[in-house]
Design a protein around this ligand. Sequence first.
Ligand SMILES: [Zn+2]
Length: 455
Amino acid sequence: MTPTLYNPKMENLSRAELRDLQLHKLQQLVVRVYEHSPYYRQKFDAHGVNPYQLKSLDDYRHYPFFDKDEERLSQERSKQELGHPFGMHVTCDPKLVNRISSSSGTTGSPTFSGFTRRDREIAAENCGRGMKRMGIEPGDVVLHASVISMWIAGMPAIDSMMAYGACVVPVGALSGVERVAQIASEVRPKMIRTTVSFARHMAKTMEAKTGIDPKALGIEKVVVTGEPGGSIREIYSEIEAGFGGALCYDNMGATGCHSPTGISCEAHSGIHFYAEDNAYFEIVDPKTLEPLPIEDGVEGEIIFTGLERECGPLLRWRDKDIIHITTSRCDCGRPGVRMAFKGRVDDMLLVKGVNVFPNAVRDVVNRLSPLTTGNVRLQKPAASAVVEPPVPLLVEVVAGLDDKALDKLSGDIVQAVHHQLRFRVVPVLMAEGEFEVRSGATGKMQLVEITGVPK
Ligand SMILES: [Zn+2]
């Protein structure tokens, strides 16, 4: 069976065709930002790159990176000097900006992304590719149950799904499980779009809180976003079972490009990245930042360049996510390099020379035993990534376990983490309810806490 695609011409481009197209668009992009933005002109000149002489994708690796700190500074300056928050790196008339999205600001003051009408159109095109891959057609009812003010997963997702022609019901998530259950039972959505945590929360609590069984709502697809759980078997299986066998899809975006840019499939073998014609990505070694070849099994920090972004293009954006690449054909038959999220560069701990990703620790614990609830948090004494073993690990477990069961579980966790991730933890088991779940403004669960040095 040949899977249906929204834009078969672009989604089926060969690697060689993609490379040609990406180079062509990059050549136009570097010249455009150089000519329209004094900021980029100065930045390129300082780095000794000549935008009129970009001859290959290999030449592009010499261009400077862009990151969150630089974006924030650029936007602080433009607020002062230009009277708008789009940054000194803006390349369009601010009057053409059609929507502003703001980041959560959990790590400082918020940053802003402006979208022109054209920017919104490309985001809608990308969203259409994902919807078609999930079997959603125009007219199908989609319940949007994530916080509407979310940067990409909130209003922008609603905007794009409406442009695709879906019948969108933007109920949000702040109104709570009761409201979502009530609306869902009335409008009977084919798909629900939400965060990983809220999907799990609904699956666990909806029936007890409302008398409405999420299994009986007739929901066929649950799209999760914002957190990596949608590609972790224990988590998507739990969501699929909780919604009566609906298929769970993991959605990804690309900062500085036109999100969404990828969706997983029923084979659950990674997220197909389907937007390489407008979202150029590189994989670099997280230590040296040197580009790695895009081939099967390569792993490193992902760098994005939105090839057609009109407002405030971010060239060579350091996303700080570690991504694993799979290039072999997927069982589902759909095209697109597949990506798996491995962890955040900034969350990474260094324990006796071993790189530790907190989400990987959580996955090991969750796979180990049904006695754990899925909530864990590592503790470290200070902000530094370098941590001495054994590392305290808070683990929430189901209520009512006796000492013998707790001891055994504790030992199993130490062994499993040591065996699979090669460092030592000291588990601190906490009964359900005692563990305080902490999440940031975007709803992402906090997996590391700084406790301060014990006196
Ligand atoms: Zn697939």
